[in-house]
Design a protein around this ligand. Structure first.
Ligand code: ZN
Length: 510
């Protein structure tokens, strides 16, 4: 490509802008599918989405992009690591290699295997019969090995897979972190279980008017800083957040009359994702730098607001009066402290997506171990249910009654990609690591939250996390924001302190 560096950068950006527009258009079609599309639209919609994504993939993986990257890597070599230009070339290269490394016939085999396995997984789950699904999972394990081989790795095959979603993370780093978590959570969860009667959450099931819940939740996330000029909330079966650009970042929620937590904490969670996208710099819009640094970092933002802010006592000191004014009947006779305890009740449960803050990471750890062992061949697929059930018992003390509530509960293993689960724990840990740093830089944080002031907090996240988008890997981002890479220490200190106080555990020990 002729011309100078600026011409080449502009040529690359023009292509990347088109690629971004196409994928955002596909995301809008997906949003519509989950919210308003009539059931009859499924067939046409899946064709439209796959056409758009194919066009986007072809445009992105073109030889032209490869040539521009080759030349631009020399052009930007002397620019600072964190400059927009050097970052654009570095991150686009990573995406380009990932998109071009898998041979086309492997990509179509993966797609085929996923679409064949999913209905079988649904049937197997419905009938709680793992043996129906086992041959399909065996195929998926084999395909995951082939993906790892095609991408390449130094130490462990799982490294190649985890790198696709959490760039820079290694299996060894995660094993160390999970081992540390296991040493703390197993005894803590058992200790909490022995004091289970200290926390009563029956108030959450007293029946709350759905329309009032929706209005209250929307008003609340607006107060946190979710900008409704650039966002909106709709209803869907599974809540999610999606972004079509800096000016249009949406959330969905669901509401249950029977269980209070679903709508409010779901909305706070999704608005955490959405505020992340709303805070990404205009300077990186329509490039691969615009987006979450990783699924784990994205999850850190949602958990930050949902758990560290939304499930804190100062938060409820501020919001509880307006909550009781909105729902006087169901909240009668319950004070803010009792309500705070109710929304933080911790107990071992079978289902990951229903797990509380303390036990959640054990569900992830279990899946991480099993995926790794299947991939390395030390665990046979046919032995998976037994391994699941045995470990579940030793980690969370529960007997798994059937495969539906055990090994078949998640959709993830019915499509091919391993390496997704660790992101959930990475998110939890990052949220606490950021909060530890924030407390040193905003010493009055609790006072501000108690007054319903969130602007300084959101400003810190904007400056240190949001505006960078995908410029940095998760570890790089954490080094810059907190001075060290991912570590379990802050999260462990947080749950020990919070749940020790909630359940009166220290008092018992001393
Ligand atoms: Zn989330």
């Amino acid at each position: 490509v002729a011309g100078n560096t600026n011409d080449r950068l502009q040529a690359l950006k023009d292509i990347l802008a088109e690629v971004t527009d196409l994928s955002r258009a596909a995301a809008l079609l997906e949003w519509d599918q989950e919210t308003y599309m009539p059931p009859g639209g499924v067939q046409s919609r899946s064709e439209q989405i796959s056409t758009i994504l194919r066009l986007s993939h072809v445009r992105f993986t073109s030889d032209e992009v490869g040539r521009l990257l080759d030349q631009l890597e020399d052009d930007v070599a002397k620019l600072p690591f964190d400059s927009d230009e050097a970052s654009l070339v570095r991150v686009t290269r990573r995406d380009y290699d990932e998109a071009t490394k898998l041979p086309p016939d492997l990509i179509s085999e993966i797609a085929r295997a996923g679409s064949m396995a999913q209905p079988v997984w649904q049937k197997a789950r419905r009938e709680a019969n793992f043996s129906l699904f086992a041959p399909y999972l065996e195929k998926n394990v084999e395909l995951n090995r082939r993906i790892a081989d095609a991408i390449g790795y130094d130490e462990r095959p799982y490294d190649a897979l985890i790198n696709r979603s959490e760039p820079g993370m290694t299996t060894a780093q995660l094993e160390e972190i999970f081992a540390e978590l296991k040493r703390v959570i197993v005894p803590l969860a058992a200790d909490i279980a022995r004091h289970a009667d200290v926390v009563d959450d029956r108030v959450l099931y007293r029946g709350f008017d759905p329309d009032l819940q929706l209005a209250y939740a929307l008003g609340l996330v607006k107060r946190l800083g979710y900008d409704l000029e650039r966002g909106r909330q709709d209803i869907s079966t599974h809540p999610f957040s999606t972004a079509f650009g800096p000016g249009d970042v949406r959330i969905t929620t669901r509401v249950s009359r029977e269980f209070f937590n679903e709508c409010l904490f779901g909305s706070i969670h999704e608005s955490g994702h959405a505020m992340y996208n709303q805070g990404m710099g205009q300077n990186i819009d329509r490039t691969p730098l615009w987006g979450g640094a990783s699924p784990g970092v994205h999850e850190s933002q949602s958990r930050f607001w949902e758990n560290l802010v939304g499930r804190s006592l100062p938060f409820w000191r501020h919001f509880y009066p307006s909550l009781t004014a909105t729902f006087p009947e169901p909240l009668r006779g319950v004070d803010e402290e009792a309500f705070y305890r109710a929304v933080n009740r911790s107990y071992p449960s079978l289902i990951r997506v229903e797990a509380d803050e303390v036990t959640y990471n054990m569900h992830v750890l279990l899946r991480f171990e099993l995926e790794n062992e299947m991939l390395e061949g030390t665990l046979k697929v046919k032995d998976l249910p037994e391994a699941w059930n045995t470990r579940f018992k030793s980690y969370l003390g529960l007997n798994v009654p059937n495969d539906r509530e055990g090994v078949l509960q998640d959709i993830h293993w019915s499509y091919v990609s391993f390496g997704i689960f660790p992101g959930y724990t990475i998110g939890n840990l990052i949220s606490a690591q950021l909060m530890e740093k924030i407390r040193t830089e905003i010493p009055d944080l609790e006072g501000q939250i108690e007054k319903g002031q969130f602007a300084t907090l959101l400003g810190w996240l904007r400056k240190n996390v949001h505006r960078h988008g995908r410029k940095f890997t998760p570890n790089e981002l954490l080094e810059r924001a907190t001075g060290r890479p991912l570590t379990a220490g802050p999260w462990i200190a947080y749950v020990q302190q919070k749940f020790g106080a909630l359940y009166g555990l220290q008092a018992v020990k001393r």
